[in-house]
Design a protein around this ligand. Sequence first.
Ligand SMILES: O=C1NC(=O)NC(C(=O)O)N1
Length: 310
Amino acid sequence: SPELATTFLEQPLDNPLMNAAGVWCTLAAQLDALVESSAGAAVTKSCTLSRRDGNPEPRYRALPLGSINSMGLPNEGHVYYLDYAACHDYERKPLFVSVSGLSLDDNLTIVAALREAVLPAFLELNLSCPNVEGKPQPGYDFEAMDQFLAEVATAYRRPFGVKLPPYFDFVHFDNAAEILNRYDNLAFITCINSIGNGLVIDTESESTVIRPKDGFGGLGGDYVLPTALANVNAFHRRCPGKTIIGCGGVSTGEHVFQHLLAGATLVQVGTALHEEGPSIFDRLQKELRELMAKKGYTRIEDFRGRLKTL
Ligand SMILES: O=C1NC(=O)NC(C(=O)O)N1
C-alpha cells in the first residue's frame, strides 16, 4: 500500500501528520497521548515566559463548520515544556516546541533557554496569536516581525521556524516572504494560524458564543481551508529554500492530500483533532493512503508540491 514516510529537515518521519500547536498539547499527559498516537510528530502548546491562566471562559466553541477560540495563551510556562522536551524520546518521533513570548525580550529569554538545553526539538516561533488583548500579532507588523527574526535568528543560531497568520493580499505574501528569505537559519514556515477576530453569533440567544474580546476570536476548521491552502502555496512559491508546514482546515485525508499538493511537507491538525482526539491520525492516514492508491501514487514525493494551474 502507498508509503507515507517522509523527511523533515533531514529527519525521518513515519508520516507527515502532527497536531497544530495549542491542540491536545498543553499538559504532559496530552503530549504523551500524541506521542503514543500514530501522529508522525508533535508540537507543544505555545509557551510564554511564565505560566498563564489565559482568557475567561467560555473561550472555545466547536461549530458545524469549524471552531472559534480566544484561549489567550493558557500554558504552563516555558520551563515546563523545556522539561518535557528534555525527557522526550526523539528516536520515536520529532517534537516541536512552540514559543509565543509576550515581548521580544521574553522570546529571547525562552529561545536562549531552549538553545542552552541543546535538545533535538524544533523551535516553532509563534508570530500569530490573535487572542491576547493589547498584543497585536507580530506577523501583521512587518517591521516588528523583521526585528523579532533578526534577534531570534542570531540568538538561536540553529534551524527554526515561524507560525504565520493568514495573509490575504499578494503584496503581503511578497513582503512577508522577502523578510523570511533573509534568514538562512529560518528553515521552515507553518501556515496558517487561525483566521483572527472572527465573530460567531448565536441567533437564538442573540449573543456572542465566547466571552473574551466581545466574542471576537480565531476561526479554524472548514472555514479556513482555502485560505490555509493559499498561504501554503504562496510561501512554497516564494521561499524555495524553505520547508512549508501546512495547517488549517484539515479533517480528512483529502484535505491532507491538498495541503501536500500545495507544497506542504508536514500537515498539522487543529480543530478536527480537538473534536475527534488522537485516533484521528489513524483515520487521516487510512484516507490518504486510499486516495493515493486510487490515483496510482506510491509515495508522497510522487505528488507533493505539484499543484497544477489552468
Ligand atoms: O496562536 C494562537 N492561535 C489561536 O488560535 N489561539 C491560541 C490562544 O489563544 O492561545 N493561540
